[in-house]
Design a protein around this ligand. Structure first.
Ligand code: SAM
Length: 295
């Protein structure tokens, strides 16, 4: 039986053997609790025909748990110092492939085409580097990758924003962007004590299940996201004031914007955070006629 990497003693032993020092700037907080790792893997629903993409394998704590349950694991790691360590700690897992690259610069689709020819489904599973969680998640969603879903650990505060419902303080443009592409839920809160070194924020695991098609039908995706961002421009402002302040030529088009809101049954005095994704879709489809024709 191979010893798990994710125990405090084994992790310390590996770090000492290689004289490894953590880089805070790369979000290096390694997991040292095997039970938490197993639960993360459980949430991903892997089988021996699943291909897994991991981001930031560190010294391989999560990677080895994934390798035991999936057909193949492809992991992107930015820190070159970790490559010889991973070659050592994961030497018993021939189904792991480490790619030395910044995941934000990676062409993930061609990696999938090359590495996952004979898998039945693809999941992204990771303990994300906290300084880049949002750009990584948005890249995974907007690159239209053939993945079934994403199970990742991240800051609790970001997890709360991603899975927030309308009318709550955490609901905002990130909630809508992620929920447009996926069904999002926070599945586990995680204490700081299971990391080495301990981060100074709380953590959580979210599960995003990709929708077959986006949650709502919009005529112009980029305008939809522009309307959403504008609506949350300043949280204390009404939807009308935010839209006219943050959309181009908004002030000149105030009357049309107000008329559009009223026609849709959306009180112009409401705040952006009270609108459902369906209301945002209807609003952007109607406002596109005002803004795109008059632009
Ligand atoms: N998976 C390991 C674990 O759970 O113990 C390590 C997780 S640690 C929170 C984040 C990892 O992401 C580190 O290994 C770090 O070097 C790596 N990393 C940071 N930025 C990255 C990027 N842009 N692309 C790929 N890997 C990155």
């Amino acid at each position: 039986m191979i010893k798990d990497i994710a125990t405090p003693a084994r992790t310390r032993e590996i770090l000492d053997k290689y004289g490894f020092s953590f880089k805070k700037s790369l979000g290096q907080n390694f997991l040292i609790d095997t039970n938490i790792l197993r639960r993360i893997v459980d949430f991903a629903g892997l089988s021996d025909t699943t291909g897994v993409i991991e981001i930031g394998p560190g010294i391989g704590a999560l990677t080895e748990q994934l390798a035991r349950r999936a057909k193949k694991v492809v992991a992107f790691e930015i820190d070159q110092r970790l490559l010889p360590i991973l070659a050592d700690t994961l030497s018993s897992y021939p189904n792991v492939c480490i790619i030395h690259q910044d995941v934000l610069k990676a062409d993930i689709r061609s990696v999938i085409d090359k590495e996952f020819k004979d898998v039945s489904d693809i999941m992204v599973v990771a303990n994300l580097p906290y300084y880049v969680t949002t750009p990584i998640i948005m890249k995974l969603l907007t690159d239209a990758l053939p993945i079934r879903g994403i199970v990742v650990m991240l800051q609790k505060e970001v997890a709360d924003r991603i899975s927030a419902r309308p009318g709550t303080k955490d609901y905002g443009s990130l909630s809508i962007a992620v929920q447009y592409y996926t069904e999002a839920e926070t599945v586990m809160n995680v204490p700081r004590t299971v990391f080495m070194p301990q981060p100074n924020v709380d953590s959580a695991v979210i599960r995003l299940v990709k929708r077959d098609k986006p949650a709502v039908e919009v005529n112009n995706e980029s305008f939809f996201f522009q309307v959403v961002r504008a609506s949350f421009g300043q949280r204390r402002k009404t939807i009308l004031n935010n839209l006219i302040s943050h959309l181009p030529n908004g002030k000149q088009l105030k009357e049309s914007v107000e008329g559009t809101l009223t026609d849709l049954g959306i009180d112009p005095r409401r705040r952006g955070e009270t609108l459902t994704i369906e209301e945002f879709a209807a609003l952007s489809n109607s406002l596109a006629k005002v803004f795109c024709e008059k632009a």
